[in-house]
Structures are given as structure tokens and as C-alpha cells.
Design a protein around this ligand. Structure first.
Ligand SMILES: [Zn+2]
Length: 325
């Protein structure tokens, strides 16, 4: 019997799952992402996590036929490594992944994807119709998309396709993105950006009442969503977020003609009615082509690790016809 594995390397946690050839999970493991000092320490954390999942499954890692990885980027794809990740300490300049994992499992079948691409692979794999055209959009600390178009998972030459969070949605460029440019979608609507955006809207119209702790050090996006329906500014922020989110998603739909757009990431997952439902309503009025199904992932926080596993099971595609049973 052969086995398959999926690994999710995030800035906070590393997760691994081991499964049988039909996708049934038999082992999982999770630990904090090592904060260095070097990238090799992160690599070792990933290997420990994968070994931990194998131990729970009661199998030797060498019995794993293929492993998918969904990871923070950016990548050196030729080397199968993460290079200068944004949300880990500066001393971490390079995290080798595909080589060491390939050695651990004794197989060259290691598929490295950014986390949103892993997301679309998993969403496609688990979707009712296993569609050839699908987009996964994450709204979390940042915004990004994984795209499958005409059955091809879109990567780009450097693996950086799908950086839709850096679409310009506001040509006035009132907020500066973490990437240094202005007016980007995620500069308004990501979990990290929402507090700044709320402060900007409060400055625009000082007559709007609010009990949001705008200047407090602990003010987060969660505070805005918690006061929905009770606070004038919170409701205005949520309405404006819907405006920019709908522009971003409309651009995605016009670019890729998906049958399904699936959302994940904490901001979308935990605020479906306030974030995703308004996108669905607005997009149907804004799209001039076919309007796709707009949904929230059923995989919750497991969407990346499930996608990584689906990649291993289907040779990096999420296409169920390629299951190697
Ligand atoms: Zn940007």
C-alpha cells in the first residue's frame, strides 16, 4: 500500500497530514513554525512535523509516494525553496523544502505551491463537479488567489501568479499597501488593513458616531465585525469593504471565467454574512460575463493542508481523474 502526504507551511504553524490513496487521513501533526535562527531550522521543523504525522499513521516516511506542499512564499522554484519570507525573522533567508522532503520520503514526487494555489487544488478536488475552471480567494492577513483555468493550475514562470491582492482597486491610492504601492485591494480589505481603513473613514466624516477603539493599540478587524449592526462606523466600514471586495472579485472573474469562486482565510471564513454574502450580491450586478457560484470553503482552516494533500494525490492538479488508485 502506498501513502500520500500534504504539508502546510505558514508563518505561524506547520501542519502535515498523511493519507491513504483514496484521501482518507490516517495521521496528522501540527507545531509552531520555528522562528529560525536560520531557514534550515524551519526546514527541520517541517520534516519533524511530517515525521510526526507518519508516526501517528504508523508508517515509515519512505512509504509515502508523493507529497504536496502549500507554503508561504516567495519561492525559488528551481531550487524548491522559500526565499526571504515576509513574516518570519530577517535571519531566515532561505528555506529548502522539496529536496529535504524528497529525501525523507524517498520519492521525487514533491509538489511545491504557494498557499493559495494549494487552496484552489484542494477546492477543485473536493468540489462536487471537480470543475476545470475555479478560483480560490483568501482574505486573511493578506489577499491572494489560486487559479485553475481550463484544467491547468496557473503558476506563472516564478510561481507568483494570482497575486490579486495587489490589483489596484482605488486609483486615488488613499492607502499604501504593505508592498509599498498605493490603492491595492489588500491595502483596504485584508485583516491587517481594516483598522487603518476604519481610521481613514472616521477622519473623512467626523460626524459618524462610533465606539470602535480606533486609536487603541489592540484595535483589530475583529472589533469592526463584532460591532456590525450596532455601530454606525463599523457598518460603514463593512459596506465600503464590500465595495472594494466586489471590484476585486469582479476583476478576477473577468480575467479567468471561473465556474466557482471559493473563499477562505479568517476574514471570509468567520464573517461569511458580512463579507462574502455582500460580494455575491454586488458581483451579480457588476459582471458582464457568466456569474460564477460564490461560496466559502468547507475545509475551514484545513484548506491549505487539504489542498497540499490533494496535490500529492493528483500530481499537482486537483483533477480527480488523475487519482493514482
Ligand atoms: Zn500591494
Amino acid at each position: 500500500m502506498v501513502y500520500y502526504a500534504g504539508v502546510d507551511l505558514g508563518a505561524t504553524n506547520v501542519r502535515a497530514v498523511v493519507a491513504e490513496a483514496d484521501g482518507t487521513r490516517i495521521g496528522t501533526n501540527r507545531r509552531s513554525t520555528p522562528r529560525g535562527p536560520t531557514g534550515i531550522d524551519v526546514t527541520e521543523g517541517v520534516l519533524r512535523t511530517l515525521r510526526g504525522a507518519c508516526a501517528e499513521a504508523g508508517i515509515d516516511p519512505q512509504r509515502i509516494a508523493a507529497t504536496g506542499i502549500g507554503s508561504i512564499g516567495p519561492f525559488d522554484l528551481a531550487e524548491g525553496a522559500v526565499i526571504d519570507p515576509a513574516n518570519l525573522p530577517d535571519s531566515i533567508d532561505r528555506i529548502p523544502l522539496t529536496g529535504p522532503i524528497s529525501e525523507l520520503i524517498g520519492s521525487d514526487d514533491v509538489f511545491l505551491h504557494n498557499d493559495t494555489t494549494a487552496g484552489v487544488i484542494g477546492e477543485r478536488f473536493h468540489a462536487d463537479r471537480n470543475p476545470d475552471d475555479m478560483v480560490y480567494v483568501t482574505i486573511s492577513s493578506g489577499i491572494g488567489a489560486g487559479v485553475c483555468c481550463d484544467g491547468e493550475v496557473v503558476g506563472g514562470w516564478d510561481g507568483n501568479a494570482g497575486e490579486v491582492g495587489h490589483y489596484v482597486v482605488d486609483p486615488r491610492g488613499r492607502l499604501t499597501c504593505g508592498c509599498g504601492h498605493e490603492g491595492h485591494w489588500e491595502a483596504y480589505c485584508s485583516g491587517n488593513a481594516i483598522p487603518d481603513y476604519a481610521r481613514l473613514l472616521a477622519e473623512d466624516d467626523p460626524t459618524i458616531s462610533t465606539s470602535l477603539p480606533l486609536e487603541g493599540p489592540d484595535f483589530t478587524a475583529k472589533d469592526v465585525f463584532e460591532l456590525a449592526g450596532e455601530d454606525e462606523l463599523a457598518d460603514y466600514v463593512i459596506e465600503q469593504l464590500a465595495h472594494w471586495n466586489a471590484i476585486g472579485v469582479t476583476n478576477v472573474i473577468h480575467a479567468f471565467a471561473p465556474l466557482v469562486v471559493s473563499f477562505g482565510g479568517a476574514v471570509a471564513l468567520y464573517n461569511e454574512e458580512l463579507v462574502v454574502d455582500p460580494i455575491r450580491e454586488r458581483v451579480s450586478e457588476m459582471v458582464m460575463t457568466n456569474v460564477p457560484e460564490i461560496r466559502v470553503t468547507d475545509q475551514g482552516d484545513d484548506v491549505v493542508v487539504e489542498g497540499a494533500l490533494a496535490s500529492a494525490l493528483t500530481e499537482g492538479t486537483g483533477d480527480r481523474r488523475r487519482l493514482r488508485e
